[in-house]
Design a protein around this ligand. Structure first.
Ligand SMILES: Cc1cc2nc3c(=O)[nH]c(=O)nc-3n(C[C@H](O)[C@H](O)[C@H](O)COP(=O)(O)OP(=O)(O)OC[C@H]3O[C@@H](n4cnc5c(N)ncnc54)[C@H](O)[C@@H]3O)c2cc1C
Length: 416
């Protein structure tokens, strides 16, 4: 079924009896060409692009819970391509371009809203750093505008410009950044993959891999054994846990990241605003709630709930930036498990086991990468060679001395 204004009109006039389920609930088959482990944003987009771009449809996506139960339904919905390093920027700009045509492409309303993202600078050296980043972005074909304090004031007059500790001196503005409704992304990709014949199987946990003589030929699941010519893992926060079942130790740690939503307010925040002197970012949802977050909790965990010290830290960042936020009441908060890599950048690569592929290490930033990650992973799976924008995202980059350390923090996952 195609969605359109005409369809809404027709269904409205005929009692809404013609709508069909957005995807099927098939039983797992004994064998597939490709089994994708993890039905989050990346698993579903990989399935979608495998079918649409590479004509591979004998594929199953195995999800241990329900679609949207992981980070795809827990993130703060921000998309941007304001990266600096050559290993990252072309990839994230590719993702941005895919976002721009996504809703027409998969015929689903994902509420892609390019209202812009503003990174604030609180000192002259920080402004210089943003000038460098903005130039790198523009050289890679992205958009970036360096604003002085007056330029920032025009966009966001409510900010605390003369804060004694963190005065606002400048900002890096990416007009094409913004937000996308996260769970609609999962549903849209699921619908697009399902309609092309891919089996999306919920409540099916992968509990092990069938590996013999260095070759992976399938998976053990809570619903039986499934054979596959290729197994593609993309389980985000569960990466280390799942790949350990294949005997692999990854350069990834799992940490919890929290998100917060306030009560609904009248429109106040034009796009996304990030604090440059701590970790705080905020946007406003279509329902009016301020959606905000900050740092990870800072200890290794697989729990999807965080602790109060980080709540205090995030709220302090908000108060330093826009003191009026102190009047807003917090409506809800939650946590998600982040797959933090050692250099803050992801992996889309084959493993040393034939037929076993890995996608993970997305840290805080995997939502914006969802379209490109799926496209590039599908490219790797279908052609056995990396997509040109993802050639650096390899598992062996540390041993080759080629980390992609966007923040220059070194091997400190909790600081990326
Ligand atoms: C609070 C928070 C805020 C964030 N904000 C942003 C943001 O604003 N912008 C941004 O770009 N990124 C953001 N992120 C990061 C982003 O959400 C993630 O990097 C991205 O969603 C990870 O990819 P995914 O969607 O495939 O993960 P997930 O949705 O977590 O998918 C992985 C799936 O694998 C499944 N799984 C795990 N183990 C197994 C198994 N053994 N068998 C079968 N299935 C299994 C899980 O159930 C899960 O559904 C945020 C994350 C959090 C938690």
């Amino acid at each position: 079924m195609r969605y359109s204004a005409f369809r809404i009109l027709k269904e409205g006039l005929t009692g809404n009896r013609g709508w069909t389920p957005v995807w099927r609930e098939p039983e797992p088959k004994p064998a597939y060409d490709i089994v994708i482990v993890g039905g989050g944003g990346h698993g579903l987009s990989t399935a979608y692009y495998l079918a649409k771009e590479f004509g591979v449809t004998n594929v199953a996506v195995l999800e241990k819970g329900w679609l949207g139960s992981g980070n795809i339904g827990r993130n703060t919905t921000i998309i941007r391509s304001n990266y600096m390093l050559p290993g990252n920027e072309p990839f994230y700009e590719f993702s941005m371009k895919l976002w721009e045509g996504l809703e027409q492409d998969f015929n689903y309303n994902a509420m892609v809203s390019q209202r812009g993202i503003l990174n604030l600078a609180h000192s002259d050296p920080q402004r210089d750093g943003y000038a460098r980043r903005g130039n790198a972005m523009r050289m890679a074909g992205a958009d970036a505008v360096l604003l002085d304090a007056d330029g920032v004031r025009k966009l966001c007059p409510f900010l605390d410009f003369d804060n004694a500790r963190f005065p606002i001196r400048a900002g890096l503005w990416q007009p094409r950044g913004g937000t996308v409704r996260h769970d609609a992304v999962a549903w849209g990709y699921a619908r697009g993959a399902d309609s092309r014949g891919i089996d999306i199987i919920q409540n099916c946990e992968v509990t092990g891999f069938q590996i013999k003589d260095g070759v992976c030929s399938g998976v053990e699941t809570s619903r039986g054994t499934i054979a596959a010519k290729k197994v593609a893992v993309c389980v985000a926060g569960s990466s280390s846990h799942v790949m350990a079942k294949a005997g692999m130790r990854l350069p990834i740690e799992s940490h919890v990241l929290q998100a917060f939503v306030s009560e609904g307010l009248k429109p106040v925040i034009p796009g996304v605003v990030t604090f440059g002197a701590g970790h705080f970012y905020v946007s406003q949802s279509d329902k009016g709630g301020l959606v905000f977050g900050g740092d990870i909790d800072g200890y290794n965990t697989y729990a999807q709930r965080g602790n109060l010290p980080v709540v205090e830290d995030v709220c302090e960042g908000g108060m330093a930036l826009m003191p009026m936020i102190g009047r807003a009441r917090l409506l809800r908060m939650w946590g998600g498990i982040m797959d933090m890599s050692m250099d803050g950048s992801p992996f889309i690569d084959k493993t040393h086991i034939d037929g076993l592929y890995f996608n993970g290490g997305w840290c805080y930033g995997g939502f914006k990468a969802t379209p490109a990650s799926g496209f590039c992973y599908a490219h790797l799976l279908a052609r056995d060679e990396p997509h040109p924008t993802a050639t650096e995202m390899r598992l062996d980059r540390f041993s080759r001395g080629r980390p992609i350390d966007e923040k220059g923090m070194g091997a400190q996952p909790n600081l990326h």
